[in-house]
Design a binder for this molecule. Structure first.
Ligand code: SAH
Length: 522
C-alpha cells in the first residue's frame, strides 16, 4: 500500500510533496424542503445518505433525518421559536468545528438554506475558517405551502410579481426594516414567513398603507404535511379568525387576490385519507415503501414493526435447495423475502439466475414477481388471486403427477398449498427460506393508541401485534382495522379484532384503495 492510501484503501489528502496533511472535512448546507419527504431533492438525499454527522433542526422532518446511514452521528440543534436548544452562534461554531475535524457533515435545514435560514451566516463562517462547503438548495415553504393549499403565487388574472418577507420583526418597534408602503401593493402577492406572533401589527400596517379590508388572506400551517391546515379570511377578519381557531406557527401567510384560486385548485387536503394516522405493523424492511405511499396521499404513517425477517433455523436445508434447484420442475416463491433469500444464497455461491436452468418459476403475487424481475427472472406463473389455493390450482394445471415442486417460503407458512399439491400427487419439497420472528416493543402499543387505522399485511403481523397490545384498553372501538386479504382478516378475527376493511386486491395498493373507499363512504 502506498503512503497516500488510507487504511481503507481510499486516497487520503496530501500536499504537493506527498506528505499527508490533516483530513479535510466538508460541510453540505442542505435544504430539507418543507416537510413532505417526497420534496427532498435527489442531491440532498445523496448528501444525507453519505454523511458522517447530521446536524438538523426542528423543521427537518423525521423520515428525512432517517435517511442518515447507520453509524452516522445525528445532532439535534432545535431552534423552535422561544425554545432554542443551541444559539445560532453555537450552531455555527459546531458546524465549523466538525468540518475542521475532517468530518463529512450535513447541516440540514427546513425548506431552503438561504431563505430565512441563516445559511448565509454559516457559509460565511465556513469560508472564513477555510472549511470546504457545498450548498444544496431545498424547496422553500414559501413556495410549497401555498402550492399544497392550491394557491398559485402568480396568476395572469391577478399579478405579475410576488414578495417573500419575514414577519419576524415587530412593526410597532422603531427600526423595522420592512417597508410597508412597498409591501402594501395590491398588484403583488405578499408571502410572509414567521409572521404569526406579529400578525395583528402587520395587518394594521398593511391596512394603514392602503391594502383594502377585503383583500384575501390565507394562512397555511404545517404545509405539505398530513397536519396541514389552511385558514382563509380577509385582512379585516384574519386576526380574529386566527385567535378563534388558535392557529399557530409554523405557518405561511399569503396575502393577495390569488388566494381566491384555492376554491378551485385545492387538491392535497381533499383526499379521504388526508391527515389520517395509519399504523404500519409489517417488518421494517417493507414498511418504508408503504410509508412513502402514505406520505403521497397526505396520510401520516406510524411505523411500528411487529415482526422481523431472520435466517431460518435449518440453514443447510435453505442452502441445499438453492444448490439443487435444477432438480425441480417448478420453484414457487411466496413472498419477496423468499426471493431475496434465494438470490442472496445464489450469489454467495458465485452463481446467478442462470442456475435455475429449465426450472419454471411461480410467484404468489405481483410484488413477488416484481422482485424476481429485479433479479432478472420473469415469473412463468402469477395467479390472478394472491393466495396459496390459487397458486396450487395453477401449478396443478401446469404440471404432471410425480413432478417435483420446491416451495421456497417462510418457516411458518400455511399448509394449504403443499397439501393441495400433494393431494394431486406432486412431489413437494417445502423449504424455509427465512423465518419471521415476533418483536416485543413498547412503541407498538403507543403507536397503536395514537393511530386512526391499524393495517395488517399478514397473519403473522396480526398475532405479533396482539401479543404487544392490550386490546381491552387501547381505544380499539374507535380504530379502523384494515387487512390485506382474507388470511390476515381471519387471523385478526381469531385474535379478537373487529375487521372493518379487507382489500380486494391483496397488495398494499389494494389495501389503500379499500381504505379510501371505506373513508369516502363514512
Ligand atoms: N428556510 C425555511 C424557512 C425557515 S424560517 C424555508 O425555506 O422554508 C421558519 C418559518 O418558515 C416558519 O416560521 C414558517 O413561517 C415557515 N415554514 C417552514 N416550514 C413550514 C411549513 N411546513 N408550513 C408552513 N410554514 C413553514
Amino acid at each position: 500500500m502506498n503512503a497516500r492510501d488510507g487504511a481503507d484503501g481510499r486516497a487520503s489528502p496530501s500536499d504537493a510533496a506527498g506528505r499527508a496533511t490533516a483530513p479535510r472535512g466538508k460541510v453540505f448546507l442542505v435544504g430539507a424542503g418543507p416537510g413532505d419527504p417526497g420534496l427532498l431533492t435527489l442531491k440532498a438525499a445523496r448528501a444525507i445518505a453519505s454523511c458522517e454527522v447530521l446536524v438538523y433542526d426542528y423543521l427537518a422532518s423525521a423520515p428525512i433525518v432517517a435517511l442518515a446511514p447507520p453509524g452516522c452521528e445525528t445532532i439535534y440543534v432545535g431552534k423552535r421559536a422561544g425554545a432554542h436548544t443551541l444559539s445560532q452562534d453555537e450552531i455555527t461554531a459546531l458546524v465549523v468545528r466538525l468540518g475542521r475535524d475532517g468530518k463529512r457533515v450535513v447541516r440540514l435545514k427546513g425548506g431552503d438554506v438561504f431563505v430565512f435560514a441563516r445559511g448565509g451566516e454559516e457559509a460565511r463562517a465556513l469560508h472564513a475558517a477555510g472549511v470546504p462547503f457545498e450548498i444544496v438548495p431545498g424547496i422553500t415553504s414559501a413556495l410549497a405551502a401555498p402550492a399544497y393549499a392550491g394557491i398559485p403565487l402568480t396568476h395572469r388574472d391577478y399579478n405579475s410579481a410576488f414578495t417573500v418577507a419575514t414577519g419576524h420583526e415587530d412593526p410597532s418597534k422603531n427600526g423595522s426594516s420592512l417597508d410597508f408602503s412597498k409591501l402594501a401593493d395590491p398588484s403583488q402577492t405578499l408571502v410572509l414567513l414567521m409572521a404569526m406572533s406579529n400578525l395583528s401589527g402587520i395587518v394594521a400596517e398593511l391596512r394603514r398603507h392602503g391594502l383594502p379590508a377585503d383583500m384575501p388572506v390565507a394562512i397555511v400551517r404545517e404545509g405539505t404535511k398530513p397536519q396541514q391546515e389552511t385558514l382563509v379570511a380577509t385582512l379585516d377578519t384574519i386576526v380574529a379568525e386566527v385567535d378563534r381557531r388558535g392557529f399557530a406557527a409554523p405557518a405561511i401567510v399569503v396575502i393577495g387576490r390569488v388566494v381566491a384560486e384555492r376554491e378551485r385548485l385545492r387538491w392535497f387536503d381533499t383526499g379521504p385519507l388526508f391527515g389520517k394516522k395509519i399504523l404500519i405493523t409489517r417488518a421494517a424492511l417493507d414498511a418504508h415503501a408503504f410509508a412513502a405511499r402514505l406520505w403521497e396521499i397526505g396520510a401520516e404513517p406510524l411505523v411500528a414493526p411487529t415482526i422481523a425477517i431472520q435466517p431460518p433455523d435449518d440453514l443447510d436445508g435453505a442452502e441445499i435447495a438453492v444448490r439443487d434447484v435444477r432438480i425441480y420442475h417448478w420453484v414457487v416463491f411466496t413472498s419477496r423475502h423468499a426471493v431475496d433469500a434465494f438470490f442472496m444464497r445464489l450469489r454467495a455461491r458465485g452463481a446467478d439466475a442462470r442456475a435455475l436452468g429449465d426450472t419454471s418459476v411461480a410467484a404468489i403475487g405481483p410484488k413477488t414477481a416484481e422482485r424476481l424481475l429485479s433479479h432478472g427472472v420473469v415469473a412463468d406463473f402469477v395467479p390472478a388471486s394472491y393466495v396459496g389455493e390459487a397458486v396450487a390450482q395453477g401449478l396443478i394445471e401446469r404440471t404432471q403427477p410425480g413432478q417435483r415442486v420446491l416451495l421456497y417460503r417462510a418457516a411458518e407458512a400455511r399448509e394449504a398449498l403443499p397439501a393441495m399439491l400433494r393431494a394431486a400427487e406432486r412431489d413437494v419439497d417445502v423449504v424455509a427460506a427465512y423465518k419471521t420472528v415476533a418483536l416485543r416493543d413498547a412503541e407498538i402499543p403507543r403507536q397503536a393508541q395514537a393511530a386512526d387505522v391499524w393495517t395488517f399485511t399478514s397473519a403473522s403481523t396480526v398475532r405479533a401485534f396482539c401479543d404487544n397490545v392490550p386490546l381491552a384498553d387501547c381505544g380499539m372501538e374507535s380504530k379502523i382495522v384494515a387487512c390485506i386479504g382474507p388470511i390476515a382478516a381471519e387471523a385478526a378475527r381469531a385474535n379478537g379484532l373487529r375487521v372493518d376493511v379487507v382489500a380486494a386486491e391483496f397488495t398494499v395498493e389494494g389495501l389503500l384503495d379499500a381504505l379510501e373507499s371505506s373513508f369516502t363512504r363514512r
